[in-house]
Design a protein around this ligand. Structure first.
Ligand SMILES: [Cu+2]
Length: 371
């Protein structure tokens, strides 16, 4: 039986909905007509501010669904470090990065993108997870006071960035002003290791890394501006130097440390999704590892096992899972240590639990060197 006729038979018998997308010849093949899509169940996904991730199932409970999400372009002033340095940010839903969207391979994402009246800029969105004209960028251009609805099918499982891309210099300007986020497309049957055995996580965090280019005055102090328009020429000048003033997680230096640190318990498997829409990064968990790492973000490929540091290419998102084995305060950082410690790309994970002396023990405390 040919592939097409076999699919038709399976569809007619209702068997196709229960099959993993890979068996269907890949989601996005013509297994659903426009009428079929219109009749799919709809799920509204309440997006949340990173590092939190929206409520989701790791294994799809059924066939494809339409996942409805809403993003609003917010043009806001943000303080990005402990010294009070300000940027006139461009954001999705007010946070840097924008919220994580989660769906399963073969699902449809239906985005309402709103650009409120009173905003200064036209905005749109390019979903790297989507297929077609500029990742949706051509179909989502909205001026202040407009909204648009775009539906796209998640055909590739993995982690992918999305970003605003309104054309010309406004593309990098909007991206480095904060207008980016990520989508996680889970395999319908959930994640698996290199042997095909299931991998599950107990919690998930989304860390969006952002390079910022805050202009300086003649004395080297960060400048302040009254509006986006006021600072745009200087900011474009600083961007062209390619040397960021800040490299931060979740919108600012220290935004994931201290009271705002990530939390976990010994024995929990934690999924870290890490995006960088513009510049390379090198995530590393000090005192831990990447048990499973999808460095390039594709869940079609098996994860690497047991990594020390992984590489996130600018313009991509990757995923790593680690099961914590010791309590303590861990640093999760960009292991360009200058970017981490001097520029801000550092988070903390506070882990509760029992210390395992078989894994690490101070055999002799510090003391004088014997004569
Ligand atoms: Cu924009």
């Amino acid at each position: 039986m040919s592939k097409v006729s076999r699919r038709r038979v399976l569809k007619a018998t209702g068997a196709i909905a229960a099959m993993p997308a890979a068996s269907q010849g890949g989601a996005g093949s013509a297994d659903l007509s426009s009428d079929d899509i219109g009749g799919l169940p709809r799920i509204k996904q309440d997006l949340v501010e990173p590092p939190l991730v929206p409520k989701h199932e790791q294994i799809s409970p059924g066939g494809p669904v339409i996942v409805e999400v809403e993003l609003v372009a917010r043009e806001v002033k943000k303080v990005v470090d402990g010294a009070g340095t300000e940027v006139h940010a461009l954001t999705f839903n007010g946070s840097i990065p924008g919220p994580l969207i989660v769906c399963h391979e073969g699902d449809f994402v239906e985005l309402t993108l709103r650009n409120p009246r009173g905003n200064a800029f036209m905005h749109n969105i390019d979903f790297h997870a989507s297929t077609g004209g500029l990742g949706g960028g051509a179909l989502t251009q909205v001026n202040p006071g407009e909204q648009v609805v775009l539906r796209w099918r998640a055909t590739k499982p993995g982690t992918f960035i999305y970003h605003c891309a309104p054309g010309g210099s406004m593309i990098p300007y909007h991206v480095v002003s904060g207008m980016n986020g990520a989508v996680m497309v889970l395999p319908r049957e959930g994640l698996s290791d290199r042997d095909g055995s299931p991998i599950r996580y107990d919690r998930a965090y989304y860390v969006g890394e952002q390079d910022l280019y805050v202009p300086r005055d003649a004395e080297g102090n960060f400048k302040r501006y009254t509006s986006h328009a006021d600072g745009i020429a200087d900011t474009l000048g600083a961007m062209r130097g390619l040397i960021p003033s800040h490299v931060v997680f979740n919108g600012g230096a220290g935004s994931l440390t201290g009271d705002q640190a990530l939390r976990a318990k010994v024995g929990e498997a934690v999924l870290f999704i890490h995006s960088q829409a513009n510049r390379d990064s090198r995530p590393h968990l000090i005192g831990g590892h990447g048990d499973y790492v999808w460095e390039q973000g594709s869940f079609s490929d098996p994860p690497a096992h047991g990594l020390e540091t992984w590489f996130i290419r600018g313009g991509s998102a990757g995923a790593a899972i680690y099961t914590f084995r010791q309590p303590g305060v861990y640093n999760y950082l960009n292991h360009n240590l200058i970017e981490a410690v001097e520029l801000g790309a550092l988070a903390q994970v506070v882990v509760e639990g029992e210390w395992d002396e078989t894994l690490m023990k101070q055999v002799q405390p510090p003391g004088p060197i014997p004569a």
